[in-house]
Design a protein around this ligand. Structure first.
Ligand code: FEO
Length: 388
């Protein structure tokens, strides 16, 4: 397999995973890539590796450029195995290579692989020259593991950003302008919502550090490389990390005999009437990771379930658990709703989850059996009143 030269003597040597659809619970409907980069300089340097399932693909691409035994340095920006999974294999070719990583990186790699490898430990502000080029390192712990770091190469204006700015997006194009811009930005948004969102405060620090760099290329570890839309993706990261919402509501629900669905549709009509963009998401047919992509910029989060055996529907509970782990922590308003037969429990359960997200619950609607037109009218009136 051929490498792709992205700048003179700098090659993409990663792997494309067209088939993956589940990334620990995240629906990767467009597959993904594991990006690694090879730099031919006085010290031949590999930036990150790929998931172990795709080791041969990466080594084939490297071998297209050089004998892998000639690698001097391997920069490990992140320990998670989708980027470190091929380290053991590549180090069989170049056992004397030095791994450049941070202290948490060394600790994590040794806990995973017990390799007792050669390490050069860096901290924020450290620079490592590889000849004509230099890596400037910034540690970005908890975006989204303790070991994360990014590195900027000023001679080439490249930011090696690892997971940040990435997308689970398998395409034949390697650059943002070789694919649909809308698809790339959507997948970046989905990635932020499902991976990065809980670490928004750390992302703010990362963006502050990035302001000091004149970035022309963002070489991510997943998906396309940003070169034409660098300013767009940085601005979007700024918005997402700063919890910027749109005039938008997401309504996520499940239903048994359509009573809760009638309530969901009534909320939908009320928000539409007030000029809101509304994402109506029946959890029977929408994946929770897609709903999170709607949550990220929604002012209102509405969740509904009928009572089922004193509980809520299992897929609503699954979604709420997932959202509670990822939830943006400030300034979101929530509505709980649901129907019941003889034991009104679901709305209280949903409220508990929403409180766990630190959302401000502005209304709750509980309905026995099937709502009448009058019942639905009351939901409409109250909703319109609270969003006026
Ligand atoms: Fe793509 Fe956190 O690994």
């Amino acid at each position: 397999m051929k490498a792709v030269e992205i700048k003179k003597d700098i090659y993409w040597v990663g792997a494309i995973d067209h088939d993956v659809r589940n990334f620990h619970g995240y629906l990767t409907q467009r597959g993904t890539t594991y990006n690694a980069y090879l730099i031919i300089d006085e010290k031949i340097t590999l930036v990150d590796t790929v998931k172990d399932t795709h080791t041969d693909e990466m080594i084939s691409r490297i071998s297209h450029i050089i004998d892998p035994s000639k690698i001097d340095y391997i920069v490990c920006n992140h320990v998670e195995p989708d980027h470190s999974g091929s380290l053991s294999a590549i180090l069989k070719y170049c056992p004397n290579a030095t791994i450049i990583t941070c202290a948490n990186g060394e600790k994590g790699l040794e806990q995973y692989y017990h390799g007792n490898w050669n390490y050069h430990i860096v901290k924020s502000g450290d620079a490592v020259s590889i000849g004509k080029r230099t890596f400037n390192f910034v540690l970005t712990p908890m975006v989204h593991w303790p070991d994360n770091m990014i590195s900027f190469m000023p001679e080439e204006n490249i930011l090696f950003s690892n997971d940040s700015f990435g997308q689970h997006y398998a395409t034949s194009g390697r650059f943002d302008d070789e694919v649909s811009k809308d698809e790339a930005l959507f997948e970046a948004k989905k990635y932020f919502a499902n991976i990065v969102l809980p670490y928004s405060n750390q992302v703010k620090k990362e963006l502050e550090a990035a302001q000091n760099f004149d970035i022309k290329l963002i070489c991510t570890s997943h998906g396309i490389i940003w070169r034409s839309y660098v300013a767009d993706i940085i601005q979007l990261y700024h918005n997402w990390a700063h919890n910027v919402t749109q005039k938008k509501a997401v309504i996520a629900y499940d239903t048994m005999w359509k009573s809760t669905e009638k309530m969901a549709l009534t909320l939908y009509e009320a928000f539409v009437k007030k000029g809101y963009e509304v994402a109506l998401r029946n959890l029977q047919v929408n994946h929770e990771s897609d709903v999170m992509t709607d949550v990220i910029d929604s002012e209102y989060i509405c969740v509904g379930s009928p009572t089922l055996n004193s509980e809520i529907m299992a897929n609503v509970a699954g979604f709420l658990t997932y959202m509670r782990g990822l939830a943006p922590r400030e300034g979101r308003k929530a509505i709980a709703f649901g129907s019941y037969g003889w034991n009104a429990k679901s709305v209280a359960h949903i409220e508990q989850y929403l409180q766990g997200c630190n959302y401000d619950i502005v209304a709750s609607f509980n309905q026995q059996y099937r709502p009448t037109q009058d019942d639905l009218q009351q939901i409409t009136e109250k909703t319109i009143q609270l969003i006026s």
